[in-house]
Write a protein that binds this ligand. Structure first.
Ligand code: GLY
Ligand code: MN
Ligand code: MN
Length: 441
């Protein structure tokens, strides 16, 4: 199915900037778009903007800096960008330049990135504190601290009541990103629909003898042909015991009859992520043990999903999944003792070692605090999270009966919290085992 992405709504970047400016008062906030990253020698990775930077600017070129200056009368939104350069643009494509930064991206003022220090120093000197999130780029962190020090040292003695403080703007932007707007939800629904279509194609086509890499290619073909930029995280296409390695991404084996295939794959579209997992038989049917474990994971996923509603917490959703999984493991004889003790002492962890949910949005493990004032945060309409319990029996677990060893199963859906409860955004991919078998024909 080809999709008309042009009909998806535009984002109101200006109102996001206003909201952040309201929160920083007379401070100044600096966000950075990193330069291109090297893949090998003189080959670079395809560029993907930093999420906070894009969220506030809509600007998608590398090596830029956005400044929101709450202490300025005018020029409160300033962009530093790679300037126009016809010779370079012949090689790497058109740049917006300082002109485009103003005309297209709504900057009040714009400068070449090389002029950052000269323009920023007096602004930091005037502002009530610098909002800069210390990031993974050590060199740029040092540069910002150096700029701050120079700025603060340059202040006249008459302004020594201004703070020389560094604040993290991350939590402010992340709180905004956690609540998805109708425009963002339109993009997320599309991303998740595309990922769902890819999973359905893979469930139909996977057969013994195919390479995991061929199924990966099929999934990512659907992503790209639908207009997604590609994967949101490297696709996991894990046959048999490979599924017991949580971040298996080699996808280099052949699919074997009698084993299960776990696919954890989601695309990124318009910088919004999908994150879906399904597990199904490579051959005609499940073994008895596979079906027993599958039914248990599915029951845990349904119990966890049923808990998703405003006011509930991610902690409670995890507990619902855990209770179901532990009851099942006890009944299979894979654990023993009282359920409460198994849970309180974490005795289930050899088989279930990850959490059940995370926020989903521009980042697959999206921004947003999980606790507020030290307590698990209540869900609100507009939040999007995953629900993804699993069970993993590594072949190395010597005391687990043979029939279970090498089984890895996860079922992961993307879920919107609604006023009435929740909506499963990835519901187009079947997870009922009989529906899955019917789809495989
Ligand atoms: N695919 C990453 C995750 O499920 O969290
Ligand atoms: Mn996933
Ligand atoms: Mn996930």
């Amino acid at each position: 199915m080809s999709r008309n992405l042009e009909e998806l709504p535009a984002f109101d970047f200006a109102s996001r900037r206003r909201a952040l400016l309201d929160r920083i008062g007379e401070g100044i906030a600096v966000f950075r778009a990193p330069p291109l990253a090297v893949h090998a020698n003189d080959v670079e990775y395809r560029y993907r903007p930093e999420s906070n930077f894009y969220y506030l600017t809509g600007f998608t070129e590398p090596d830029a800096v956005a400044v929101l200056d709450g202490s300025a009368e005018k020029d409160r939104f300033v962009l530093f960008v790679q300037p126009r350069d016809p010779e370079r643009e012949t090689w790497t494509g058109k740049r917006a330049g300082v002109e485009g930064a103003i005309e297209t991206f709504g900057a009040d003022a714009a400068f070449p990135i090389a002029e950052l220090a000269g323009e920023l120093t007096p602004r930091i000197a005037k502002a009530k504190g610098l909002h800069y999130r210390v990031g993974v780029d050590e060199a740029f962190n040092h540069r910002m601290l150096d700029l701050a020090r120079t700025s603060w040292a340059s202040r006249p003695r008459t302004s020594n009541d201004l703070p020389t403080s560094l604040y993290d703007p991350g939590p402010l932007v992340h709180e905004m990103r956690l609540m998805k707007s109708p425009e963002e939800l339109a993009w997320m629904r599309t991303a998740i629909d595309v990922a769902a279509e890819a999973h359905v194609a893979a469930i139909r086509e996977a057969r013994p003898g195919l390479g995991e890499f061929e199924v990966e290619a099929l999934v990512e073909y659907v992503f790209r042909k639908s207009g997604a930029s590609g994967w949101a995280y490297p696709s996991i296409v894990a046959g048999g015991a490979n599924a017991t390695v949580l971040h298996y991404t080699a996808n280099a084996d052949r699919l074997r009859d009698g084993e299960l295939l776990l696919i954890d794959a989601g695309c990124e579209l318009g910088f919004y992520c999908a994150d879906i997992t399904r597990t199904f038989p490579i051959g005609r049917d499940y073994t008895v043990a596979q079906r027993r474990v599958y039914d248990l994971v599915l029951a845990a996923q349904r119990a966890a999903l049923a808990a998703v509603r405003p006011g509930a917490t991610i902690e409670q959703i995890h507990e619902r999944a855990l209770e179901t999984l532990v009851d099942g493991l006890l009944s299979f004889g894979l654990l023993d003792g009282a359920a409460e003790r198994v849970i309180s002492e974490g005795l289930f962890k050899p088989y279930y070692m990850h959490r059940t949910s995370h926020w989903l949005g521009m980042d697959v493990h999206d921004a947003g605090a999980y606790n507020v004032d030290g307590q698990p945060r209540p869900l609100e309409p507009g939040m999007v999270l995953t629900v993804e319990p699993g069970l993993y029996f590594s072949p190395q677990l010597a005391d687990v009966p043979e029939e279970y060893r090498g089984i890895g199963i996860r079922i992961e859906d993307d879920v919107l919290v609604t006023p009435a409860g929740h909506e499963v955004l990835s519901a187009k991919v079947p997870k009922d085992p009989d529906e899955i078998l019917a789809l495989r024909g």
